[in-house]
Design a binder for this molecule. Structure first.
Ligand code: OOG
Ligand code: MG
Length: 258
């Protein structure tokens, strides 16, 4: 593969038209992880070129629940921009999306730059100004919400929107023991603990810092980091109401509208 920019545009066009596209690996079966991150970077550069701003990053496919659901057994990372922020109490407008799914996450707000290599979960906790809860809204740009690892990386890990919960707390307790109840329209659709994300959500953030370090980048002060869904994502339709209740971190919800 010689030029990543056309693939970045291919995925951005799909996002803008709200129409799914075929996998890049159907055309580029040998797409490597490295090339996929190059497409992802080109895609994010195009978002920045139209005025969006990086507000953080995310881990994905860190839990067994997600890996098994997606059939992809390795984690990945991606970028969050200001255009993805869904303010609390704001309905999720489905007409802007293809086939969105919602998942519960533990969120870190970073107080000090974290630059790999060698970053540990302890370093992450020391550099964290607060942890909270959140809902991530995914919207794979690929048909049927199916992909291989390189396809998902190129597609900025299906990132579309995210909502933050009402509070941030100091991470002075064991985050792996945080409990999460995930409900769709009043029915329990998932339960998990913080340990679901790589054993401890700070391990996931450490992995991100070390991956970025490898590329000469770091997790910057003030960034929001979504540490990976604890339970499998649920598809939403007009009227759907999703609630995630976490011990220690409170409750975050959203309602979808047409
Ligand atoms: C890929 C992104 C996964 C998570 O938290 O596991 C992700 C996908 O499942 O579409 O964000
Ligand atoms: Mg996620």
């Amino acid at each position: 593969m010689t030029d990543v920019a056309p693939w970045a545009k291919y995925l951005l066009d799909a996002e803008q038209r709200h129409e799914p596209v075929a996998l890049i690996t159907e055309t580029e079966p040998n797409l490597t992880i490295e090339e996929a991150y190059e497409i992802q970077e080109a895609l994010v550069r195009q978002k920045l070129a139209v005025g969006q701003r990086i507000v953080g990053a995310k881990l994905g496919l860190t839990s067994r629940a997600k890996q098994e659901a997606m059939g992809v057994h390795e984690p990945l990372y991606a970028w969050l921009t200001d255009a993805m922020v869904l303010p609390a109490e704001t309905p999720l407008s489905l007409s802007e999306l293809i086939h969105p799914r919602v998942e519960p996450e533990i969120v870190f707000v970073i107080g000090e730059e974290l630059a790999g290599p060698g970053v540990t979960a302890y370093d992450v906790l020391a550099a964290t100004s607060g942890v909270g809860c959140g809902l991530e809204i995914l919207d794979s740009r690929y048909a049927n919400f199916q992909f291989t690892l390189p396809d998902a990386i190129a597609d900025n890990a299906s990132s579309a929107r995210f909502v933050l919960g009402p509070e941030l707390v100091k991470p002075d307790f064991d985050l792996s023991l945080i409990g999460c109840l995930f409900e769709l329209d009043g029915e329990l659709v998932g339960t998990a603990t913080g340990a679901a994300s790589l054993g401890h959500p700070a391990e996931a953030v450490a992995l991100l810092a070390n991956w970025l370090g490898h590329r000469g980048q770091s997790i910057e002060r003030g960034w929001i980091v979504l540490s990976g869904a604890l339970a499998n994502a649920v598809p939403v339709k007009p009227g759907s109401h999703v609630v995630a209740t976490f011990s220690r971190l409170g409750c975050v919800s959203l309602r979808a509208i047409a």
